[in-house]
Design a protein around this ligand. Structure first.
Ligand code: FES
Length: 221
C-alpha cells in the first residue's frame, strides 16, 4: 500500500528533499503530537511552521504517523518506507470528545469519499462544523459521554483488514470490518466486524447508536 492518500486540494504541501508533508488545517484538532515529538520539523512559532528537511525522512514519517486526526501525511520521495496501516483496526474514545480511528480505513458516505486513510478523529457530539470530522466544538458545547466499562473480548480472526466507515445522512457511522473499540483508558469495550456509532451526541448507549437521532432531529448536513 502507498504511504499516503493523494493530497487533496485543501491540503497544504511542504516539500522536502526526501519527503513531502501535507497538512489539512480543517482536520487538525491540535493534539500537537507533531510539535512535541519533532520540533525541528514542526514549530508553530515559525513560518512556515513545517520544515520537511528538519529531520531524517524516516523520523518525519514515524512522527507524522502519530498524528491522530490524519491532518498530516507524508509522501516519500527517496524510495523509503512510508506509513503502513497498523496490524489491527482500533477505535479509541476520547473523554467527552471524538472517536479516533486508526487502521486500514475507507470513509465514505455523506459528502465524503476517502480511501487508503490510516487515521481520523470523527465527531460524536453532533456539533462539529466539519462533520464527519471533529473540529473541537465539543470543548465549547459541553458534550458529556460516560466512559463504557471494559469487557472481555475475543481476539479478532483475522485481526487486520479493511475497515469501512459509512457516514449515514443525519444518522450514525456504520463501521464494517475487523475492529476493536477502546474506552478512554485503552480497555476493550467491543470487538467484532460490524457496528453503528452515534454521531448525533444523543444516544443513551454511547458510543453506539440507539436510534435517538430519529427523535432529536439530528441534521448533519
Ligand atoms: S446517531 Fe446518535 S443515536 Fe443514532
Amino acid at each position: 500500500m502507498s504511504d499516503t492518500p493523494p493530497a487533496k486540494s485543501k491540503d497544504r504541501r511542504y516539500e522536502g528533499e526526501a519527503v513531502d508533508i501535507t497538512y489539512n488545517l480543517k482536520r487538525c484538532i491540535h493534539a500537537e503530537s507533531c510539535i512535541h515529538n519533532l520540533s525541528a520539523v514542526f514549530d508553530s512559532k515559525r513560518r512556515p511552521w513545517i520544515d520537511a528537511n528538519g529531520a531524517a525522512a524516516d523520523e518525519v514519517t514515524r512522527v507524522v504517523a502519530t498524528c491522530p486526526s490524519g491532518a498530516l501525511h507524508t509522501e516519500r520521495k527517496d524510495g523509503g518506507v512510508g506509513e503502513a496501516p497498523p496490524a489491527q483496526n482500533t477505535i479509541r474514545l476520547w473523554q467527552h470528545g471524538p472517536v479516533q480511528f486508526h487502521g486500514d480505513l475507507e470513509i465514505v458516505g455523506a459528502a465524503i469519499d476517502l480511501h487508503d486513510e490510516t487515521r481520523a478523529t470523527l465527531c460524536r457530539c453532533g456539533a462539529s462544523h466539519n462533520k464527519p470530522f471533529c473540529d473541537n466544538t465539543h470543548k465549547d458545547s459541553g458534550f458529556q459521554a460516560d466512559d463504557p466499562a471494559a469487557v472481555t473480548v475475543q481476539p479478532l480472526d483475522p485481526a487486520g483488514g479493511k475497515l469501512k466507515i459509512t457516514v449515514n445522512p443525519n444518522g450514525p457511522l456504520t463501521v464494517e470490518g475487523p475492529l476493536t473499540i477502546l474506552n478512554t483508558a485503552g480497555e476493550s469495550i467491543y470487538s467484532g466486524t460490524k457496528t453503528w456509532l452515534c454521531r448525533c451526541g444523543g444516544s443513551q448507549k454511547k458510543p453506539f447508536c440507539d436510534s435517538t437521532h430519529k427523535k432529536n432531529g439530528f441534521q448533519a448536513e
